[in-house]
Design a protein around this ligand. Structure first.
Ligand code: ADP
Length: 740
């Protein structure tokens, strides 16, 4: 269970920002989640005893200076910011900062306030500017002395400027981080629009040409194409070959003939052909109308993609990055190069800023030089895999082109329904067919299996499955043990060589909350998850909860008491809203009702309480882009692996499945997706509570506590944040919207 590890506890206790001044700014294009990053920097900064300043309007505020532009932040000043889109402290493009004079003014404004630590949240332009500023710093101070604006003492005292970058950009166009702040929210917006368009297009048999953002990077287009099963996608990194117009039209008309009532074509803003000539949505539309006569409409999403509330993922990402940025600043010495904090798999890491910027710029260079394969490679492994998966799924081979493996594979869902399961089944079926296998679908999990509810599925049977919630195959919690004989019989009868089982102990990834806006009220929310406190903890981080009670981290009456006291104190101040999450099985006696009653009684006269058991709502609804992609990619990977394993173990007409690695669980571990033999997982699993014995996300819990409470103590360690070595830049290994 989650016991604080003493080494990291000591590390956190040793952190001190006393006497330091940190400034935070957002620059360049805005992105959802920037506010969460600002909030985290402010609160973590104050937590370690530093002074924190906001700089408004990006570099413009730094150049202009003045009370309003550079203002000290308080704990309360970032309250209720977490759920807001855009950037509350303003962002701008600033010409003056590009010139030496502008940077000189900026340096003067910082020195006057004793600020030598800077957190810059922006794109590669903003980070390049930050790095330049840092390199010039001592020269700028000398100039200020010569102009009589500062004295030699100030030069000594403020001799080095420390910089940490966080990448805020909806395009996910930065090398070195799996996801940039804002990308996941932008994907949410795109998928909401695609889902809405699909219903109208369905009614009229239409073709929709959709332009999404990404002047230089096709990430948003590619991933939304994967998430909605688009017919065609055009991105700058992979210009279509000559003659693509004809091919695209052929594909659209083949899809129509296959009973598909609508077509979706996604075009990245910066899409080009292989001669670097832009491909516009109008060009695509004219083509479809001219060649096929289809009713075709163009939708340009534009700024909608930057709007709306940040997704849970972006809030968590930005909060983690903000905390890590402050730790990085405290550890920086005059000789450490500027770094960006970023995400690798599920870990926070630090990378050298300029190397990342250079690599990002090289992608553009490669595209300009028409070295498209190189551009895709430079984007990283995750991008490459997105592309590979898209190609695997989008291009339906003709019957005559298909290989014939003579293998039969069955797919089934088990356990609770979870958003994304259908995307996983669709991907398995299609990849399986492309690999030459015969695919079978089992209804109602192992129960349906032993009862013989199994039949062959074809490519078209799973059309449109990515966006649908629940489990279209049907799923049951029935365990196979009692029915093994009958299941074996079914496997023999259908000659099944391999099984793909999609499900888990407790799977659900949907949590909605609205608790802001009301005064002096504490919301007590019960989340699902069986004994697994993931949803309560990570949901708590995303929603800015005051406490999250979970089974993995035992709590007693003293904890409850201190939480109630904390809330009572908080309600007397400027922040008059409380949020407490409780995982359904966190404690058999301290039930949601008990906690509700305790808080109601203790809060009498200060705040009132409301409780809400989220229940099955958490499992419902349309899957998020993350789940669609994750389902799609993980399943494609599983099918390719099954193909390989079956070929390896095929002898005398039979598949031999007698080694450990013929029964594996595919999942994300630290930075990569790995196939783990189930036998090996036995020791790592708590079967009674249906959870792993070690849960990686426990390290996120202290962050939630620190960001929610003033003067809390670091009672639990965050081992993930301990990775404070500056790592060499690596290609992207995975991204959360479908790591591979
Ligand atoms: P993004 O950060 O989103 O890539 P921009 O490229 O527009 O956006 O950069 C935002 C701001 O960062 C610019 O307006 C400018 O103030 C500053 N900046 C960008 N590049 C540089 C540079 N090479 N030198 C100095 N400042 C820069």
């Amino acid at each position: 269970m989650a016991q604080p590890d003493n080494q990291s506890k000591r590390f956190f206790e040793s952190l001190s920002g006393a006497g330091k001044s940190i400034a935070v700014l957002t620059s360049g294009g805005d992105a959802q989640g920037m506010n969460a990053a600002v909030r985290a920097v402010v609160r973590m900064g104050i937590y370690v005893g530093a002074k924190v300043y906001f700089i408004r309007e990006g570099y413009q505020g730094m150049v202009d200076g003045g009370e309003e532009n550079i203002k000290e932040a308080s704990w309360e000043s970032v309250s209720s910011m977490l759920q807001m889109g855009g950037t509350v402290i303003g962002s701008a493009r600033c010409k003056e900062f590009r010139c030496h004079e502008g940077r000189l003014k900026a340096a003067h404004n910082l020195v006057q306030r004793g600020i030598t630590n800077l957190c810059v949240i922006g794109g590669d332009g903003s980070l390049t500017g930050a790095n330049l500023f840092r390199e010039e710093w001592s020269g700028l101070l000398e100039e200020l002395v010569q102009q009589g604006l500062i004295d030699e003492d100030a030069v000594q005292k403020y001799s080095a400027l420390h910089i940490v970058g966080m990448v805020g950009s909806i395009d996910n166009d930065f090398c070195g981080t799996d996801m940039t702040i804002g990308t996941d929210s932008a994907l949410h917006r795109i998928i909401e629009v695609v889902d809405a368009i699909m219903t109208t297009a369905q009614s009229h048999q239409r073709t929709f040409v959709l332009e999404v953002m990404g002047r230089h990077c096709g990430y948003l287009a590619l991933v939304s194409a994967l998430a909605c099963g688009a017919d065609w996608v055009l991105i700058p990194e992979m210009p279509p070959e000559d003659g693509w117009e004809e091919k695209m039209c052929q594909k659209l008309s083949a899809n129509r003939a296959g009973m598909k009532r609508l077509n979706i074509i996604i075009v990245a803003e910066g899409a080009i052909d292989c001669n670097n000539k832009p491909i516009t949505t109008d060009h695509v539309k004219d083509l479809v109308v001219r060649c096929l006569g289809f009713d075709t409409r163009v939708t340009i999403l534009g700024h909608v993609q930057r709007g709306g509330t940040p997704s849970a993922f972006d809030r968590i990402l930005a909060s983690r990055m903000g905390v890590e940025a402050v730790i990085a600043l405290l550890e920086t010495t005059a000789n450490t190069p500027a770094c960006v904090v970023s995400l690798c798999g599920n870990q926070a890491v630090r990378l050298p800023l300029m190397e990342c910027v250079q690599m990002t710029q090289e992608v553009q260079k490669a595209m300009d030089e028409k070295k498209f394969e190189e551009a895709v490679k430079l984007r990283g492994r995750s991008f490459e895999n997105n592309l590979k998966t898209y190609k695997l799924l989008a291009h339906r081979k003709l019957e005559s082109e298909l290989p014939h493996s003579n293998f039969n594979i069955a797919v089934l869902n088990v356990g609770a329904p979870a958003a994304g399961m259908n995307a996983a089944v669709r991907s398995a079926v299609r990849v399986g067919i492309s690999e030459g296998h015969k695919m079978f679908a089992v209804n109602d999990g192992f129960e349906g299996f032993y009862k013989g509810q199994i039949k062959e599925v074809k490519w078209a049977d799973v059309g449109g499955w990515t966006g649908q919630g629940g489990s279209l195959l049907g799923t049951k919690r029935t365990l196979p043990a009692k029915h093994v004989e009958k299941i074996a019989e079914q496997m023999r009868a259908h000659n099944i060589n391999a099984l793909l089982v999609i499900g888990g102990f407790e799977t659900c990834d949907r949590i909605k909350q609205s608790a802001s806006g009301t005064k002096r009220r504490v919301f007590i929310i019960e989340t699902m998850g069986g004994y697994c406190g993931y949803l309560a903890s990570v949901g708590g981080l995303a929603a800015g909860a005051d406490a999250a009670y979970i089974y993995e981290e035992p709590f007693d009456i003293r904890d409850l008491q201190s939480n109630v006291e904390h809330l009572t104190e908080k309600m007397k101040g400027a922040i008059q809203r409380g949020l407490v999450l409780r995982n359904e099985n966190s404690n058999e006696n301290y039930t949601t009702d008990f906690i509700y009653q305790l808080y109601s009684e203790e809060g009498r006269g200060v705040f009132d309480c409301r409780k809400n058991v989220l229940g099955h709502m958490q499992q419902g609804g349309a899957p998020s882009p993350f789940d669609r992609n994750f389902g799609t990619k993980i399943s494609a990977k599983a099918m390719l692996w099954l193909t390989k394993k079956m070929n390896e173990t095929f002898r005398q007409g039979r598949v031999f499945a007698n080694t450990e690695d013929t029964c594996c669980l595919l999942g994300m571990r630290r930075r990569a997706l790995v196939f783990q033999p189930v036998v090996q997982l036995k020791d790592e699993t708590d079967f009674v509570h249906r959870i792993p014995k070690e849960q990686w996300w426990l390290k996120l819990r202290p962050l939630m506590k620190i960001l929610a409470k003033y003067k809390t103590s670091y009672d639990v360690s965050d081992s993930g944040q301990l990775e404070h070595v500056v790592r060499n830049i690596q290609p992207k290994e995975s991204d959360p919207s479908g790591a591979m």
